[in-house]
Write a protein that binds this ligand. Structure first.
Ligand SMILES: C[S@@+](CC[C@H](N)C(=O)[O-])C[C@H]1O[C@@H](n2cnc3c(N)ncnc32)[C@H](O)[C@@H]1O
Length: 308
């Protein structure tokens, strides 16, 4: 493919996971194996890693990248929605650290046949797992009503021009390719000199809807906490504010003993804190990293530690 996926915030991830020999780590989004490689290297000679990915093509790449670590890693084709089950199956309970590096990889973005990018022409697919029965982006774009489409664009893209774009899509359909869709959006709301390409938020929104990314993340975070040993680390990298908000709220809530609404005279929730959030504000990449890896620009990393 000629494209490499450069992992972001590598040292910060290794420090955040507090890697040490003899420990067990889970990479819930192993992708091209960039972070996994560093986790294994920094936990040598006998740290172990279980890697999951929803995309079988990613596992082919990471398997090759990690081959030198021999028996120290296992890769499983699975969504992290099933994290607890996969970890139990493979003997990774309790785990010493769990990493989520959300979103998509440069390999997926650059592969025109995946339909993730408006910069290369391809079928409107956008499924991480092409063997799944999830609806493709083409199915959503051609089937949903203008109101439903506008709702998707607004909710998952925070696209302020969602209704105009949705109406234009409905008028122009059927749409089958990324270029066709990008052109409809550009004709409708394109503006020279704008900071983002006019199709950026629509593509983000469709990808999130196709893969049900936010619901899946909400399901996985509590499973990760349950899997960690006391003192074990949860490290999450988000690439847009919708994801980061979910992670921030989750870590904040799980760091509190009482989550009753304000104003109640006594606690009725009996919630007990399960985490210590170690990052009040997210860790961002340095200007040097953004210089060498522009994709890292929007990365936000948060770390929490499992309470005893
Ligand atoms: C940003 S990339 C990870 C890159 C990886 N950290 C590396 O260093 O190469 C995100 C990966 O998460 C995968 N992914 C997205 N949603 C997933 C899910 N629900 N379960 C498992 N993997 C998922 C994608 O297929 C993609 O390979």
């Amino acid at each position: 493919m000629g494209v490499d996926h450069l992992p972001v915030l590598v040292q910060e991830v290794v420090d955040g996971l507090d890697t040490e020999p003899g420990r067990r780590y889970i990479d819930a989004t192993v992708g091209g194996g960039g972070h996994a490689y560093e986790v294994l290297a920094s936990s040598s000679p006998d740290g172990l890693l279980l890697g999951l990915d929803r995309d079988p093509a990613a596992l082919v790449v990471s398997r090759a990248r990690l081959a030198g670590f021999g028996e120290r890693f296992e890769l499983v084709h699975s969504s992290f929605a099933r994290l607890a089950e996969v970890a139990a199956d493979r003997g990774y309970v309790p785990a010493d650290g769990i990493l989520f590096d959300l979103g998509l990889s440069s390999l997926q973005l650059a592969d025109a046949s995946r339909g993730f990018s408006f910069q290369v022409d391809g079928p409107l697919d956008m499924r991480f797992d092409r063997a799944s029965s999830d609806s493709t982006a083409a199915e959503l774009v051609n089937r949903l009503s203008a109101e439903e489409l506008a709702e998707v664009l607004y909710r998952y893209g925070e696209e302020r021009r969602s209704r105009r774009i949705a109406r234009a899509i409905v008028e122009a359909r059927p749409l089958h390719t990324t270029r066709e869709l990008a052109e409809v959006i550009d004709k409708t709301v394109g503006r020279r000199g704008a900071r983002l390409h006019s199709a950026t938020l629509t593509f983000q929104a469709l990808r999130i809807a196709v893969n049900q990314e936010l619901v899946t993340l909400e399901k996985a975070l509590p499973q990760a906490v349950d899997l960690l040993r006391p003192g074990g680390r949860l490290v999450v990298i988000a690439f847009h504010s919708l994801e980061d908000r979910i992670v921030k709220r989750f870590m904040r809530r799980e760091s509190r003993d009482c989550i009753c609404p304000p104003g109640l005279p006594v606690c009725v929730c009996q919630h007990e804190a399960t985490l210590n959030a170690l990052t009040r504000t997210p860790i961002r990449p340095s200007p040097e990293e953004v210089g060498t890896n522009p994709r890292s620009r929007s990365a936000r990393l948060r770390i929490a530690e499992r309470k005893a």
